[in-house]
Ligand binder design. Structure first.
Ligand code: NDP
Length: 447
């Protein structure tokens, strides 16, 4: 088996060796899916996984725009259309200076499995730009988004490819992108998700990724007859996913003690309550300032510069910032401090060795492609509402989100349960996600 995995990975590495994040995502899938495939006659000789690691289409384009001082700026835009076997491409746009082909291919590849897990008919894609929204005025953001959409609009559509938000792309950016698309196409369609509720958006979409991550943690804890009440929770990030993960934890009776951004983390031993979280939301979403300001407002808390929060003792950890933000030494520290449950809100926030450490310790560990799928699932619900020209209530969408997260959890149990009762959620998510896409690819022939 080791040989088969090695031969496959050597082949993929030959073509993509300069894309470390993409290779990391492929390795994790290959380790769990290849042992499954070799025992299944229907997949033998069909090179399904080899086809799945090759994007169906990659688009790269220039985005020229004018900044507030009149200077012309140039950025690079991308869309990776990874797999459309079970539906139109679906996945977010990321605006961050680290965006490159490796990051977007890893995210698009993960997205294929994640979207399959949601049970909704969505293929996988991802896109974005190396544009850095930090420090830019609203007008600069608008000009960039309009420039970006001036090219992207040719490649997307409600039945082709439906982008959404990700790091650096929130409600403000989706608005500017949608406005340009509508102008160029002269049609009002559900081509982007994460729209404002008054113009086609779904209630609960902003909350969905964070809430879903916590619902998934709740489902995992329930298998141990446990729950979130009175648990100490450490969260990284302070963006969209982190904020709503914190909100749901507080609602369910947990004590959230940390949040972070790329400059460091804040630790509040008294707990971040609803009022303090509201302050963080305003700080990040309206004032667009750094998390360290929290300590000026709440002087009993501390700010730790340049560090991640994993050394803080907790029962539950929710990494909600970015990829590879939790390494093997962080994993060991979390385990030594008695952490029993990790639910990833971000995409691939734990390094490969960190994941192995959690698996070795047999604690509850959910990979992002399962635990953060609530965001894209609710995007799927937004698409349905757009097609129906109808809006569901907050309660209806939240209920559907809960059911979807429970279904994903059940799929992980179905494919990831070991003989000793331990559930390997990584294996479960990878195989469950794979089966639906692979079967569709088989049915559609070699295309
Ligand atoms: P936001 O842009 O709203 O927030 C990102 C947060 O992560 C910010 O606090 C940011 O800090 C921090 N961060 C970003 N890059 C780094 C870094 N290199 N080191 C440390 N901190 C960093 O993004 P989201 O909350 O939407 O996304 C967070 C994660 O969740 C990503 O991995 C994303 O792919 C994933 N995700 C998001 C979904 C969604 O619906 N939005 C859906 C599924 C997954 P700073 O402000 O300083 O940059």
């Amino acid at each position: 088996m080791e040989d088969k995995i090695k031969i496959f990975l050597d082949l993929v590495r030959k073509r993509n060796g300069n894309e470390p994040e993409f290779m990391q995502a492929v390795e994790e899938v290959a380790e769990t899916v290849i042992p499954y495939i070799v025992n299944k006659d229907i997949y033998r000789g069909k090179n399904i996984l080899l086809r799945m690691v090759e994007p169906e289409r990659v688009i790269s384009f220039r985005v020229s725009w004018v900044d507030d001082s009149g200077e012309i700026q140039v950025n690079r835009g991308y869309r990776v259309q990874m797999n459309s076997a079970i539906g139109p491409y679906k996945g977010g746009l990321r605006f961050h200076p680290t965006v490159d082909m490796s990051i977007l291919k890893f995210l698009a590849f993960e997205q294929v499995f994640k979207n399959s897990l949601t049970t909704l008919p969505m293929g996988g894609g991802k896109g974005g730009s190396d544009f850095d929204p930090k420090g830019k005025s609203d007008n600069e953001i608008m000009r960039f988004c309009h420039g970006f959409m001036s090219e992207l609009f040719r490649h997307i559509g409600p039945n082709t490819d439906i982008p959404a938000g990700d790091i650096g792309v929130g409600g403000r950016e989706i608005g500017f992108l949608f406005g340009k698309y509508k102008q160029l196409r002269n049609e009002f369609t559900g081509v982007l998700t994460g729209k404002g509720v008054t113009w086609g958006g779904s209630l609960i979409r902003p909350e969905a990724t964070g809430y879903g991550t916590v619902y998934f943690a709740q489902n995992m804890l329930n298998t141990k007859k446990d729950d979130l009440k009175n648990k100490t929770v450490v969260i990284s990030g302070s963006g969209n996913v982190a904020q709503f993960a914190a909100e749901k934890c507080i609602q369910l009776g947990s004590k959230v003690v940390t949040m972070s951004d790329s400059s460091g983390y804040i630790y509040d031993s008294e707990g971040i309550d609803t009022e303090k979280l509201e302050y963080i939301m305003n700080l990040k979403n309206v004032e667009r300032k750094r998390i360290s300001e929290y300590c000026t407002k709440y002087p009993t808390s501390i700010f730790v510069k340049g560090e991640t929060p994993w050394s803080i003792k907790c029962d539950i950890a929710l990494p909600c910032a970015t990829q590879n933000e939790l390494d093997v030494s962080d994993a060991k520290t979390l385990l030594d401090n008695g952490c029993i449950c990790i639910s990833e809100g971000a995409n691939m926030p734990s390094t490969k060795d960190a994941v192995h450490e959690f698996q070795k310790a047999k604690i509850l560990f959910a990979p992002g492609k399962a635990s953060n799928a609530g965001g894209v699932a609710t995007s799927g619900l937004e698409m349905t509402q757009n097609s129906l020209r109808y809006n569901w209530s907050r309660e209806e969408v939240d209920e559907k989100l809960k059911v979807i997260m429970m279904d994903i959890h059940n799929s992980c149990i179905e494919y990831g349960s070991d003989k000793d009762g331990y559930v390997d959620y990584v294996k479960g998510a990878n195989i469950a996600g794979f089966v639906k896409v692979a079967d569709a690819m088989l049915a559609q022939g070699v295309v």
